[in-house]
Design a protein around this ligand. Structure first.
Ligand code: NAP
Ligand code: SF4
Length: 674
């Protein structure tokens, strides 16, 4: 019997029977905006082939003013319908079902024509919205209903009406954004009139059979958000208005609480759907930080929901359900919730992809075709770049030997996985090990490779990684100086610590140093206390009136950098604020614009600015160096001297701003070409 009987059980929504209970949640990938609809179709068809029960597309604008940004994709013309038909045909040909999300951004629309219930600017957009009048509101409702009718014309099995995350419909629900005094504002009944009317009109527009998903905000995580009675009242009214199913939305985009980052506990918000489910008769879908079939199965078996929404996990692995259903769950590439190649790309105007799966959204261009001329390939370095290259090359039919001087695979990933909040990296290393075994890669660990060892190979790939940069700061005898690797592998630097370098690793080290006890990412109760999250049945919006109550820091930490800018400015677009807020909550003192004059037995002597002003000794017990990396090309140089051709990838190629995303992408691309 399958270990996932609940997840793999069919379910009927309105007139459509789905083959299982896995919903691929809506993600904006940017593919539609490329205008290359064969890419869009290939992306969704791969997920249909991989077993998704129901796919929900990225949000489509119902009109110009409601688009997330000017020019956002929608379904406005006959050509649009023809393009979308290519997608729905491809998904149906692969046995899947697909619904189109209609997303009206309201005041989150990044454009000067944005509209909202009241003229209150959002903190995450520079554009003040125009307040809608009665006719304007009617136009928005009509446009959403028209978009829904067009979606059915374009072959979709239904639509999802986006009512959460602080978008347009959500903006009507709460006084935080709705200050109207007409029949669309004031009492809760008036404030929920718009979402309910939208659902009623959409159902009328699409008929009885298609699926109508309503994405309902279960916890707003903003001041004056909905309380639980209001959520239930809305859910019941939405059901009565014709929705087939309710999908959980968690937190507004402007919320100062993380909701999907790796430091959020897995399934950390599923208690909300569990509480909603008995209040309605239609099915409910749970979501957020669910990335493994075992977690999804447990939630369904426990009655927390009728379906499980996973979005990013379908970027990490297009065959998520196919693998789970065929006893290959260990082969599912895990989404590590890093946001680096998906949401960070979206917010930088780039097409999404996935750190662990560079083929995501690049299905037509990056392929791992079987080779007709198998060769012997040596890969040196079992970090992310080397493991990915070895895996892809072996999958394509070459004979691969993977070497590393360490006695375990993983390279720098083995340091990342020790950082509190980055526990998902454990799964990534385990997945690589599984795939290396499956693809028949021969491992030679604990071996420092010399050129002679590489004789007889047809191709040599060096992924020898990086060495830490030595900032060459004058250092007195008796000074205690640690590397970041020392700290992440458990060295104790004492009670007061200065960190030199405030890049990604400086932040990771600071988080490790202030942390004590259980990681909040593994303990939902602890995590809620740290971030000031309660529940909407206790406090409006689910925010504690007392705010975050972080566990006291384990030690005093100073995070330093030479640049005068704010430390952490270059961290990920969608996760940097979380790291900055967390360290601020833990009392970490950040300083930019410093010069490191000398490390002494009592601390570090700092001066300030280009004129090296105000030298002063910062009293600390130890200093940790996180001053960036340099390529380790020692083997490459030896091979060059002997005239032996080889490829260099990952940090050994370019250490600046190296991270696992670039390393894995480079490994995959080289591996696809050999
Ligand atoms: P990094 O991000 O390049 O940061 C290096 C830090 O060292 C900077 O703060 C830099 O600031 C300082 N520095 C550089 N040269 C120095 C010198 N000669 N003396 C003193 N300080 C110096 O490198 P990293 O922190 O080692 O991280 C490596 C890569 O891993 C980065 O791409 C990073 O984004 C990635 N990573 C990402 C995450 C994540 O969460 N996404 C986490 C960890 C690592 P100043 O020059 O201003 O002093
Ligand atoms: Fe998940 Fe990171 Fe891939 Fe995004 S880039 S899908 S968060 S693993």
């Amino acid at each position: 019997m399958s270990p996932y009987p609940h997840l793999l059980a069919p379910i009927t929504l309105s007139g459509v029977t789905l083959r299982n209970r896995a919903l691929m949640g809506s993600m904006h990938t940017g593919l539609e905006e490329t205008g290359d609809w064969s890419r869009v179709a290939a992306f969704y068809a791969a997920r249909a082939r991989g077993g998704a029960g129901l796919i929900v597309t990225g949000g489509m604008a119902p009109n110009h003013e409601g688009g997330v940004f000017p020019g956002a994709a929608g379904l406005f013309t006959d050509t649009d319908i023809a393009n979308h038909l290519r997608v729905t045909d491809a998904v149906h040909a692969d046995g899947g079902h697909i619904a189109m999300q209609i997303l009206h951004a309201g005041r989150y629309a990044y454009g000067k024509d944005c509209v909202a219930p009241s003229p209150i600017k959002s903190p995450i957009s520079p554009f003040p919205p125009q307040q809608l009048d009665e006719a304007g509101i009617e136009k928005q409702i009509a446009d959403i209903a028209t978009a829904a009718a067009r979606a059915i014309q374009a072959g979709y099995d239904g639509v999802e009406v986006m009512g959460s995350e602080g978008y347009f419909l959500n903006q009507f629900l709460v006084t935080h954004t709705n200050r109207r005094t007409d029949c669309w504002g004031g009492s809760y009944e008036n404030r929920m009139r718009l979402p309910v009317e939208v659902v009623r009109r959409v159902r009328t527009a699409i008929g009885v059979k298609p699926i109508l998903i309503y994405r309902i905000s279960l916890i707003d995580l903003v001041p004056d958000g909905s309380n639980w009675d209001e959520v239930i009242q809305l859910a019941q009214a939405i059901e009565a208005a014709g929705a087939s199913v309710l999908n959980a939305g968690i937190g507004w985009h402007e919320a100062r609480v993380p909701t999907i980052a790796s430091s959020v506990p897995r399934a950390g918000f599923a208690d909300l759907t569990a509480r909603l489910r008995p209040e309605v008769t239609i099915p409910v879908i749970t979501s957020n930080r669910i990335n493994a079939p075992g977690v999804a199965e447990r939630l369904l078996a426990d009655g927390a929901a009728d379906m499980v929404s996973m979005a990013r996990p379908w970027l990490a692995d297009a065959d998520f359900i196919a693998k789970a259903a065929s006893g290959r769950a260990a082969e599912i590439a895990p989404c590590i919730a890093c946001n680096q190649a998906c949401l960070d790309h979206t917010f930088s105007g780039k097409v999404s992809s996935c750190l662990v799966n560079p083929r995501a959204c690049h299905e037509t261009e990056l392929t791992y075709a079987p080779t007709s001329t198998p060769r012997r390939v040596a890969v040196v370095g079992a970090g992310p770049a080397g493991m990915m290259a070895a895996m892809v090359v072996a999958e394509r039919g070459h004979k691969v030997v993977l070497y590393d001087k360490a006695t375990e695979t993983g390279g720098q990933l083995n340091l990342a996985k020790r950082v509190p909040g980055k526990e998902e990296f454990h799964g990534l290393v385990t997945w690589f090990d599984t795939m290396l075994r499956k693809t028949g890669v021969a491992l030679r660990l604990g071996q420092e490779v010399q050129p002679i060892d590489l004789a007889g190979f047809d191709e040599i790939i060096l992924a020898t990684g990086v060495t830490s940069r030595d900032p060459n700061i004058p250092t007195d005898p008796g000074a205690r100086v640690f590397s970041y690797a020392d700290i992440l592998t458990g060295a104790d630097p004492g009670r007061r610590v200065a960190i030199i370098g405030a890049g990604g690793i400086g932040f990771d080290v600071a988080e490790s140093l202030v942390h004590q006890g259980q990681s909040p990412a593994l303990d939902p109760e602890l995590w809620r206390i740290e971030w000031g999250v309660t529940a909407p049945w206790t406090d409006r919006g689910g925010l504690s009136p007392n705010g975050p109550a972080p566990h006291p820091p384990a030690r005093e930490v100073h995070l330093l950098q030479r640049k005068a800018e704010r430390p952490g400015r270059k961290l990920g677009k969608t996760t940097g604020w979380i790291h900055r807020s967390y360290l601020a909550m833990k009392g970490v003192r950040m300083q930019g614009g410093v010069n490191y004059e000398r490390i002494t037995a009592d601390g570090i002597l700092l001066s300030h600015g280009p004129d090296r002003k105000d030298p002063a000794l910062l009293l600390v017990d130890a200093v940790v160096i996180c001053a960036g990396q340099q390529p380790d090309r020692s083997l490459s140089e030896k091979l060059d001297q002997l005239g032996i051709k080889h490829h260099v990838i990952g940090g050994a190629d370019r250490a600046i701003e190296l991270d696992a995303k670039r390393a894995i992408d480079q490994g995959a691309r080289l591996g696809s070409q050999l």
